[in-house]
Structure formats: structure tokens, C-alpha cells
Design a binder for this molecule. Structure first.
Ligand SMILES: *Cc1c(COP(=O)(O)O)cnc(C)c1O
Length: 360
């Protein structure tokens, strides 16, 4: 079996050269006589790997010096709790945008710790758009403003960074971080589970402005204080060493590709050609408002859902895997993160074109 084009939303494809490097290092990393998996996280070898990874991520995103980068576990879902536990402070309300199933989950978790002001919700539109800013209601006294720049399930993306004045802007960037350049200085906290666009599962990246560290209440578990991780350089306890190492290989790969400006160019081109096919066809449909469409996750339905099974079977035979849509949306979803080669998107487009012609 040769490698397939895997359109999984996450864990998702990794660059082939990264996997080859990991394979080459697997038994014996840099003549150390051991695998990265077998190294003490306190060893100089691993600390060098960890430090280099952070340095490369800082370079890719141009992260200012007053931001810490944390390499954590618990997934983006743990951040749904960590953000309110660390940022509420003396305040009682937090602003949240409700634009899809992931922001809904973040909201449900935040409600355990305080009040949530729903700035805007596209629930009535079935999460197919970002409502116009003129309709938003931001609570100016809230502790922070949380949003989900890319809703992985609905395939809806903010094409702008919200303005919320002085309050910290918090973003769940699980499925979009590293897809393009980003002005980190606009944010208080950026977090992302690694398994979409960064590396293997088990690692969560948090980029946090340093004045937001140290405000969790005493009775919050130590593992949920940002300060615990900031003080220990993400090594309060054993970090997800192997995922951290592979993420580091991905950062090097991104730098070799020409950085995030180059990735943005490729990602935009990949997404545009797929949407173009969908929009020019009577057979495929994407429900998302055009201005709010995701570059990373492209959901689509077939005109006749009775053909879904045949579509997926044929795709599998063509080496195109994991195209089944999320159960809440139905239809198909193609996740086309950084590691999905443009040739993979071209192969999908060819397959979709042939399938539509044969069924029309
Ligand atoms: C996948 C995803 C999550 C959940 O991530 P875990 O790491 O599994 O907790 C949260 N938010 C978004 C936007 C996601 O895509």
C-alpha cells in the first residue's frame, strides 16, 4: 500500500519528509544510541530539541519577546477550562463568540467558572457564517474575549481579527495556527491542539502574553495554572516529548518551505480551487457564506445523499481517505492543512469531477 491523501480533520496528515526524518531517527537520534522516545526530558539532548522547536516556532510566527510559548497536554479542550480559570480574576463575565460546535464547547466549559456574554451567535444560521460585526454586543467589563478563528466542523473562518479594545483577545486556533502569517501581538492567548496543523496528537501549544500569567486562584489545580508551566519551561512534569520533537521537525519543514507567507499562498490556492469546483457544479454544494469560508476545512454535500456511500468508496479506491463529513453536518469534509500537498487537492478535484460526470 502506498501512502494516501488523507483528508482527516485530525489527527491529520504530516509532511512525508518529516515522517522520514522521524523514521531515520527512530532507533538512534543523532548518534545518541537512543530514540527520542527513550530520552529523559531533563537530558541536555531533549532540552536542545525542545529549545530549538520553540525557537523555530517563534521565528515562524514572529512571536514577540513578551509572550511565552508553552508545550502542554490536555488538548485544546483543556484550554477551554484553563482560559477561564486563569483569566476571570475578579471579573464575573467573559465575552464569547458562538460560531460553531467548538466555540459552543468552549462556552459550556467557561460557564462552570463564570458568566458568559454571547457576543454573537450564528446558531440560527446553522453555523454557516460569521454574523456582521455591527450586530455584536461586547460586554466592555468582561475579563476577556474568546473566539474560534476557524471552526473545524462547520468550515467557517473569521477573515479578520476582532477588535475588543484593551481586554485580552483569546483564540482557539487548533485548526488554523501556522496556515498563514499572524500578528501575535493582537492576542492575549492563542492555543491549539497540535494534531491538526502542527504535529502528532498529545501536544497543545499555548502562546500567552506574560502579564496574563499568574492570576489563577489558589484552589485551582497546579497543573491548570499557566504560571506552573511558564516557570518550569513546560517541564513541571513529563511533557509529551515525542510529539514535541515531531512538532519541531514540522517547524523546520515549514521554514524550509519558505515560512508562513509561502504556506498562505499555497493554502489559499488549494482552498480556492476546491471551492471553485464546488461552486461551479450543480452536483456539489458548500453551505458557508463565501466571505467566511475556511481555507483548512471544506465541507460539502452531494446533490443526492444516496450517493454518499459510492462517493466515499470510489474516493478510497483513488487513494483519497477520510472524506466523510462530521456526523453533525453530514456529507463530506476535506481537511486540507499545510501537510496536504497541492497534488492531493488536485487529485480530489479530478475525482470529484469524474464522479459528478458519471452520476449526472
Ligand atoms: C479539534 C479541535 C478542538 C479539540 O481539540 P482537542 O485537542 O481534541 O481537545 C478544539 N477546538 C477546535 C477548533 C478544534 O478543531
Amino acid at each position: 500500500m502506498s501512502r494516501v491523501y488523507n483528508f482527516s480533520a485530525g489527527p491529520a496528515m504530516l509532511p512525508e519528509s518529516v515522517l522520514q526524518q522521524a523514521q531515520q531517527d527512530l532507533l538512534n537520534w543523532h548518534d545518541s544510541g537512543m530514540s527520542v522516545m527513550e530520552m529523559s526530558h531533563r537530558s541536555k539532548m531533549f532540552i536542545d530539541i525542545a529549545t530549538q522547536a520553540e525557537q523555530d516556532l517563534r521565528q515562524l510566527l514572529n512571536i514577540p519577546d513578551n509572550y511565552k510559548v508553552l508545550f502542554l497536554q490536555g488538548g485544546a479542550s483543556a484550554q477551554f477550562a484553563m482560559v477561564p480559570l486563569n483569566l476571570f480574576g475578579q471579573k464575573t463575565v467573559a465575552n464569547y463568540c458562538q460560531t460553531g460546535l467548538w466555540s459552543k464547547k468552549a462556552i459550556a466549559e467557561a460557564k462552570r467558572y463564570g458568566q458568559v456574554n454571547i457576543v454573537t451567535s450564528s446558531d440560527a444560521e446553522n453555523y454557516t457564517c460569521i454574523p456582521d460585526v455591527s450586530t455584536w454586543t461586547i460586554d466592555p467589563n468582561a475579563a476577556y474575549f474568546h473566539y474560534t478563528p476557524n471552526e473545524t466542523i462547520g468550515g467557517v473562518e473569521f477573515s479578520f481579527i476582532p477588535e475588543c479594545g484593551d481586554m485580552p483577545l483569546v483564540a482557539d486556533m487548533s485548526s488554523t495556527l501556522l496556515s498563514r502569517p499572524l500578528d501575535v501581538s493582537k492576542f492575549g492567548i492563542i492555543y491549539a491542539g497540535a494534531q491538526k496543523n502542527i504535529g502528532p496528537a498529545g501536544l497543545t501549544i499555548v502562546i500567552i502574553r506574560d502579564d496574563l500569567i499568574g492570576h489563577a486562584a489558589d484552589n485551582v489545580p497546579g497543573l491548570y495554572h499557566y504560571k506552573t508551566w511558564s516557570d518550569s519551561h513546560s517541564m513541571y512534569n513529563t511533557p509529551p516529548t515525542y510529539s514535541w520533537y515531531v512538532a519541531g521537525l514540522v517547524f523546520k519543514w515549514l521554514l524550509d518551505q519558505g515560512g508562513l507567507r509561502k504556506m498562505a499562498e499555497i493554502n489559499q490556492r488549494k482552498a480556492e480551487k476546491l471551492y471553485r469546483l464546488i461552486d461551479h457544479s450543480d452536483f456539489y454544494h458548500n453551505p458557508v457564506n463565501k466571505a467566511d469560508r475556511s481555507w483548512m476545512n471544506v465541507p460539502f454535500t452531494l446533490a443526492d445523499s444516496a450517493q454518499d456511500k459510492a462517493f466515499l468508496e470510489g474516493a478510497k479506491q483513488a487513494g483519497l481517505e477520510t472524506l466523510k463529513g462530521h456526523r453533525s453536518v453530514g456529507g463530506m469534509r476535506a481537511s486540507i492543512y499545510n501537510a496536504m500537498p497541492e497534488a492531493g487537492v488536485d487529485a480530489l478535484i479530478d475525482y470529484m469531477t469524474d464522479f459528478a460526470q458519471s452520476r449526472a
